[in-house]
Design a protein around this ligand. Structure first.
Ligand code: PGA
Length: 268
């Protein structure tokens, strides 16, 4: 595999904003990007990034603000095929060619649009092979007292990370985002989050062929805001956050980032 540049390694604590299909004009998007890039110009610790609509990727990446900033520009998805009759798709290779170093894969909104665990697995392999760092999203749709969500998460892990190659772990980040918490304003209880993070690590550690993934950084996503961010890191034991709605306001996004910093320095 010939890579042009070394893959980008994300450092904890991580804060990734998922802009989804926002803002709806390039002018607004540029304003937001410039402000975030300026605020995140030289983070003291960790990695800060924004996953933006495909159409904005190149524009942002080549902007003077991005060049001066350590802000990572991520794609929101990467298609597995290199080229061909795939209307509407953008491949991992094209992203790489454009200079993009990282992407989300398997976000619940992509899954709702048809991405299965098998498809997420194929996309993950293609993106890793292109040298991209991949934030893979997983998470149950519902949670009940019988623990069916745990079986769901286990199955998602096993299929999504099947045959993940040894030696490429630094290109992988897991984002645990319970679907019921995304965009609903109902975030997860940090104690439940901690239990789920332990469950994920345990499944990976004890399942044959997945042991090398048991220490992969895990982010939490789902209705994160400046008020609740601290509890996910301190009590949920995650290495960072994936933030949707609140990443569209510079002030909220940077407030969440400020919450991450002292936690890291306290633990040093
Ligand atoms: P939210 O979205 O923060 O608006 O809940 C999170 C996500 O979809 O990644």
């Amino acid at each position: 595999m010939a890579l042009r540049t070394k893959p980008r390694k994300f450092q904890a604590p991580m804060l990734i904003g998922n802009w989804k299909m926002n803002p709806d004009t390039l002018d607004e998007a540029k304003l937001l990007f410039r402000a975030v890039a300026k605020a995140a110009a030289s983070p003291k610790y960790g990695t800060i990034g924004v996953a933006v609509p495909t159409l904005y990727l190149r524009e942002f990446l080549n902007s003077p603000q991005a060049k001066k900033s350590k802000l990572v520009v991520l794609a929101q998805d990467a298609f597995q095929e290199k080229s061909g009759a795939y209307t509407g798709r953008v491949s991992a290779r094209m992203l790489r060619e454009a200079g993009i170093t990282a992407t989300l894969i398997g976000h619940s909104e992509m899954r709702q649009a048809g991405d299965t665990d098998e498809i997420a697995n194929i996309k993950l392999h293609a993106a890793i092979n292109e040298g991209l760092t991949v934030v893979v999203c997983i998470g149950e749709k519902v949670r009940d007292d019988e623990g069916t969500h745990l079986h769901f998460i286990r199955q998602q892990l096993l299929t999504t990370f099947r045959n993940f190659p040894k030696g490429f772990e630094s290109q992988l980040v897991i984002a645990y985002e319970p679907v019921w918490a995304i965009g609903t304003g109902v975030s997860m209880d940090p104690t439940d989050l901690h239990e789920t993070v332990l469950y994920i690590r345990k499944q990976l550690a004890f399942e044959n062929g997945y042991q090398h993934l048991s220490q992969i950084p895990i982010l939490y996503g789902g209705s994160v805001n400046p008020e609740n961010a601290r509890s996910f890191i301190e009590n949920g034991e995650v290495q960072g956050l994936l933030v949707g709605k609140q990443s569209l306001t510079v002030q909220s996004f940077m407030q969440i980032y400020d919450v991450l910093l002292p936690i890291r320095s306290k633990r040093k």
